[in-house]
Structure formats: C-alpha cells, structure tokens
Design a protein. Structure first.
Length: 592
C-alpha cells in the first residue's frame, strides 16, 4: 500500500494527470498516480495560455470552453499519446498500421484549423423536431470545419478496417449511400413537427428509414470520434463526438415508437453503436441499457428462429443471422463479465442444431466500397474467424448454465441421478471443447503476420492481416479471461474436478496466475492496433483478469504467489494505460 501523498501547491500537473483531469501531487521523481500505474511521469504537453482572452472571443465562450467542457487545448493530438510501453513492452510500440493511417487522416485536418487560442463554441442542442436535430448537426459540422462526406467515408473505412471482422452486421456500401442525409441539402427530408414522447403512426416508411439511416450514420461516426478522443483531449474532438452521439440518440428518440412498432436490422444496429460510444465514455450502465433494448428487439424480431428468414433475400438473411449471433455473444458477455442473468439462451431450443448453422449463407458484404481489395477468399476467412468467436461464447455460456443447474440440484435427493451425471459429463466435454478451440485455429488467424499477399497489393495484404489480427486478439483474450471466470465459478461451487483441476486452493491460485501469465505473453506479441480494434469490450475482459490478480496479490499468504501476481498485474496495468481506456484509472486505484 503506497503512503498517502501530502497535497501541496504545484505549478503544473504531469501529462497523465492532465489528460485524466485528475489531481497531481507533483511528487518527484514520479507522482503517486504514475507510480501506481508504473508509467513514466512526463511534462511534455504545452501549457495552456492564461490571462486576458482574445478580443475576437465572445464574453461567455472562454468560460464555456475552459470550465464547462473541462478540456485542455493542445497543439497536436500526437502529443497526447501515452508512451508507457517504451521500455516494458517493445513489441507494442511497433504499431505502424492501416488504422494508424486512418487516425492521422482524421486528426490532421481537425488540428490544422485550430490553434491553442481557438475556441469551439458549443451550440444549444434542440430537443424538438427531426429537422431541428438535422440542422443542429449540420451547423455543428460546419462550425468545426468538417468536410462531411470525406469525414463520414473515413469513419466507415475505419469501421471496416477495425470492426467488420468481429461485427459483420452491415454492408458498408449501403452506409455510404446514405451520406447525403448528413448534408444541409437533406433538411427537407426530415419532419419539422416534434414527435418526441408521443404515440403516432404518422411516419411514412421512407421518412422512417431516413431517420434510422441518420441515427445510424451519426452512431458509427460517434464511435470513430470517441476512439480519437482516446488519443486527444482537444475540445474540438470532444465537441464533435458529443454532437454526433447526441444527434443519433435524439433522432432515435423522435422515431422510437414507429421504430419499435416496425423494427429492422438498423433498429438493433443503431443501439449497438450508441452502446459502444457510451462504453467508450465509461458510461457502462447506460451502455448495458442500450444493449438491453437491442436484445429485446432481437427477440421481438425472432432473429433466433430460422423460419423467420423465409422469403428474405440472401443478403438480408445473412445480416440477420450475423446480428443474432452477435447479440447472443453480447448477451453472454454481459452475463459472464457483469454477473447478470442471460436473456437469449432460452431462445435456443436445440443448441447442437443451431451450432451447425453458424456459417449460414455465404454473401459478399464488402462488395461495392471504393477502397481496399476484399476478394471472396478474404471474406470466407473472416467468416471462419467470426464463427469461431461465436462458438467460443456459445460453449462458455453452456458451461456456465450447466454449472448453475448442477448447483441448483446439488442438495436434492436425486443429486446422483443419471440425469445429473450426464449433465456433469456435458460440462467436462464442453470444457475440453472450449480449451481445444485455439488448437484448431486456421493458419491465417493463428499467426496473421505470416499471411502472404496472394496476388493482392501489399497494402491490401496489410489490411487483411490487420483484420485477422483483430480476430486473433479477440479469440485469445476471450479464451484466457473466460477460462479464469469459468474456473472461479466451478471452484466456488466445488465442481472444479469436472475441469480436471484440484480443489486445493493454493494449486488453484497457481493455475490462475499461469493463465494470466500466458495471456500477457500472448498480448506482447500482438500489434497494439489489434487490441484497440476490439474496443472497450476487450479492456473489460482484461480488467476481469486484473481483479483476480489484485485479489491474489493482496490476499494470498504465499509470498511467492503474491509476488508473481503483482508482477503480472504491473504489466497488465501498463498495457491498459497504453490503451487509454476509461477502465485504467479504476483498475489503477484498485491496485493501490
């Protein structure tokens, strides 16, 4: 336990504390926060200018930007990057990738137009009609000098490069076709009347689809803007991210009654994007609430029932099938990581039969986009990786459910009945299947760095490798974090013998540290972009591992085990800090 530092007046906070907007004690050679996170304590960020405001500024704009926004302007977003991996994780620093190029494309034009004395004056957000919401967003984009069509295409390109491999629920070309909806010329396509909070059937199908498309575009662009904020604290970037998320949520609220009455794939996807943006902000309860709405619509649309796909085109069937398995995974993730009851497991009448239908109908979803070279072989490879991720969560969910059932009947007279013995054998079989998933990974996922261009250009080959790295990172982090969670549950229920483990607490703790160590060794070999591409959900899983290590480090009497857990925890904290996650502060405080 570190001693509580004595607060004193300091002339300047370190870079990390300024970025986190946290109090800095100015201790030398490291402040207490940097010491706890095991990162370098640096003072490279430029000071904000003080004194009289420039004459061109309005009387109230300075207070709004400096205090209400709570942000510090900097000259370049690159100066905001956390360089904590410099000495401890050299492989993470080697991260020149396609996604970094997209980040540069996004941040450079935004930064050039704003100096340290520039002001982003926020507009008052309208809570009335769809047309006013549209006008608010277009005016804000104009104020921020954002070239809308270029910016949106950049956001969609970034999403394809970082998220499509694990979230293939949209056809990118269809999103691009709706870009004109964010231009000022589309204002007349949105109703001028306010429908907020009222029951109505006044929307035509065309108007409803336009409002959905607007909310979806704002949602996907908000995710992109939120990811930029992980590397920048510029007021301009914050204003853009807030405007996009607010516009998406407000437009959805305006058409919510009609949207729920006539749900489509977009109805679910919009809520997923909004949930992800809220997750980036660290608003986990609101994020889960939006996922809950998406789960409710998934059930209402009967996406779990293959018969509901009858009469639909091949592309629509594929997207709906992909969306169901994604929602199934999100449901299991919330259940296992947050100790919440699952929702969709009751929809799977015959899990064994459903599992054989994971692949579905092969459809080219990446056709028609103006960048990249995505051939049929690449899409089939992505499909295999996506199915493996879904299968991983399906098996883990089955194990978790069966352990609960065994616990429910443990004290009944029929505890040794043939039915329960069969259930125990299912747990063992599923555990073996779960543990062997990484043993059968195809070569392009097992080691994406070995993938060759295969007749494509080197740029296309790099993009393919990055997509496979993202799937690789997802599978590996899922494997280790779920393994620790399932083992902990089985140990608590005294059923750990079904997994071939001993009930001896010391040996069980040793096994946990070995799994955590294996995870850290695997993470050190991955490009940082592969971890960032999986978003906050990946950090949430790393946090679960961190909590286990904290408990071992501070509660285990065996000094050797505690010391090893502390060493692994230190490396994990460095990695999470390098990811600039909202979870890093909380995890660092728990480690104190």
């Amino acid at each position: 336990m570190l001693p509580t530092p004595v607060r004193r007046n300091i002339g300047r906070a370190c870079d990390l504390c300024r970025r986190r907007k946290a109090k800095c004690d100015g201790a030398l050679p490291q402040c207490s926060r940097c010491q706890a996170l095991k990162v370098s304590c640096e003072y490279f960020l430029p000071r904000t200018k003080r004194g009289p405001k420039p004459q061109s500024r309005t009387p109230d704009s300075g207070d709004v930007d400096r205090h209400s926004q709570g942000r510090t302007l900097a000259t370049t977003p690159e100066a905001e990057r956390v360089d904590v991996e410099r000495s401890k994780t050299p492989s993470l620093a080697q991260n020149v990738s396609h996604t970094d190029h997209l980040l540069s494309d996004f941040t450079t034009p935004l930064t050039d137009a704003f100096s340290e004395d520039s002001v982003v004056r926020p507009r008052t957000f309208p809570a009335n009609s769809p047309r006013e919401i549209h006008s608010y967003l277009t005016s804000t984009l104009a104020d921020l000098d954002v070239e809308t069509d270029v910016f949106v295409q950049n956001c969609v390109e970034y999403w394809v490069g970082t998220s499509f491999s694990v979230l293939p629920f949209l056809r990118p070309a269809t999103i691009l076709e709706n870009i004109p909806l964010l231009l000022p010329s589309a204002e007349s396509r949105f109703p001028a009347k306010s429908y907020r909070g009222s029951l109505h059937d006044e929307f035509s199908t065309e108007v409803l689809e336009d409002m959905r498309a607007f909310a979806l575009l704002c949602g996907i662009c908000s995710m992109r803007a939120q990811s930029v904020l992980q590397h920048s604290s510029l007021v301009r970037h914050q204003a853009l991210a807030d405007a996009l998320l607010s516009s998406s949520r407000a437009m959805l609220a305006c058409c919510e009654d009609a949207d729920v009455a006539q749900p489509s794939i977009s109805s679910v996807v919009i809520r997923i994007f909004q949930s992800s943006a809220l997750h980036f902000q660290g608003k986990n309860r609101m994020s889960r609430y939006m996922v809950g709405q998406a789960l409710r619509l998934t059930i209402d649309m009967r996406l779990f029932d293959e018969k509901s796909y009858d009469g639909l085109g091949a592309e629509e069937r594929q997207l709906r099938r992909n969306l169901f398995w994604l929602m199934h995974t999100m449901d299991k993730s919330m259940s296992l990581l947050n100790n919440l009851p699952p929702t969709l497991h009751v929809c799977l009448k015959d899990p064994a039969q459903v599992e054989t239908n994971l692949d579905g109908t092969p459809v080219r979803l990446l056709d028609g986009i103006p960048w990249g070279q995505f051939n049929p072989t690449f899409e089939r490879q992505l499909r295999v990786g996506f199915d493996l991720i879904m299968k991983q969560w399906l098996i883990a969910g089955n194990i978790h459910r069966d352990l609960d059932l065994l616990d429910s009947y443990a004290s009944t007279p029929s505890a040794q009945s043939d039915g329960l013995l069969l259930l125990k054998s299912h747990v063992t079989q599923d555990w073996l299947a779960f543990c062997s998933l990484l043993d059968v990974l195809p070569h392009w996922i097992r080691d994406p760095s070995l993938n060759i261009a295969d007749g494509q250009g080197e740029e296309a080959a790099d993009a393919h490798r990055e997509a496979h790295w993202i799937q690789h990172a997802n599978l590996v982090v899922n494997y280790h974090s779920l393994k620790i969670i399932l083992m902990a549950k089985a140990f608590k229920l005294r059923l750990v013998n079904l997994m071939g483990l001993t009930e001896d607490e010391g040996l069980f703790i040793l096994r946990n540290t070995e799994i955590a160590s294996e995870l850290m060794h695997a993470l050190e070999k991955m490009p940082l972009a592969a971890l960032q591409g999986n978003g906050e959900s990946l950090v949430e899983k790393l946090r679960q591992v961190g909590i286990v290590l904290i408990e071992i480090a501070h509660r285990v009497a065996n000094d050797a085990l505690a010391l090893r857990a502390k060493s692994i925890l230190d490396a994990l904290l460095v990695l999470i800090a390098n990811l600039n996650s909202r979870y890093s502060d909380k995890l660092g405080e728990e480690a104190l």
